[in-house]
Ligand binder design. Structure first.
Ligand SMILES: [Cu+2]
Length: 146
C-alpha cells in the first residue's frame, strides 16, 4: 500500500515536473525528489558514512546533480542502525511505522554495507536512521548542487 502510494507520488511528480517545472529553476534549499538507485558502472564517488550511537558522521554532505554515489555505511556504534534517504516527511513517516522500504539499509554493529544512489534533482535530500529513539539526533542532509 505504502509502495503503491510512493509509485503514485513519483508518477505524479514526473508528470508535474515535465509540465509545470519545465522552465523554472528550483531554489537550492527546496526539498526535492531524492533520486533513484544507481548503477555501479555510473558511480563517480564513494562517500563513507560512519554510523554511531546515535549520529551520522559526517551529517552534512554535498554532491552534484546527476552524480551517482556509492555510500559505504560503517556502523561503529554498539547498536543496530538504519540508513534511509528521503524527504523530511517520508523519513518522519518511516520513523513512526513498520518499515518496508526497499531502500532502507540496516547495519549491525561492526558491519559495513553499501548503497548506490543517483541524485537526479538539485536541492536538499535528507537521510536518517528511523529507529525509535534514534531519529531525533541521527539524521543528516545532502545538498545536491548543479
Ligand atoms: Cu540508529
Amino acid at each position: 500500500m505504502y509502495r503503491m502510494l510512493l509509485i503514485f507520488l513519483f508518477s505524479a511528480f514526473i508528470l508535474f515536473s515535465n509540465t509545470a517545472f519545465a522552465k523554472t529553476n528550483q531554489p537550492n534549499d527546496a526539498e526535492v525528489s531524492f533520486g533513484k538507485p544507481g548503477e555501479l558502472s555510473n558511480v563517480s564517488r564513494t562517500i563513507t558514512l560512519t554510523l554511531l550511537d546515535n549520529m551520522f558522521l559526517p551529517p552534512e554532505l554535498t554532491v552534484s546533480k546527476d552524480e551517482t554515489i556509492r555510500f559505504v555505511l560503517k556502523n561503529l556504534g554498539n547498536n543496530t542502525h538504519e540508513f534511509l534517504i528521503g524527504s523530511e516527511d517520508e523519513l518522519k513517516k518511516a520513523a513512526n511505522m513498520k518499515r518496508k522500504n526497499e531502500h532502507l539499509i540496516r547495519v549491525k554493529p561492526g558491519e559495513q554495507k553499501e548503497l548506490i544512489w543517483e541524485f537526479t534533482n538539485m536541492g536538499i535530500v535528507n537521510f536518517a536512521c528511523p529507529l525509535s529513539g534514534h531519529f531525533n539526533t541521527m539524521k543528516g542532509k545532502i545538498s545536491v548542487k548543479n
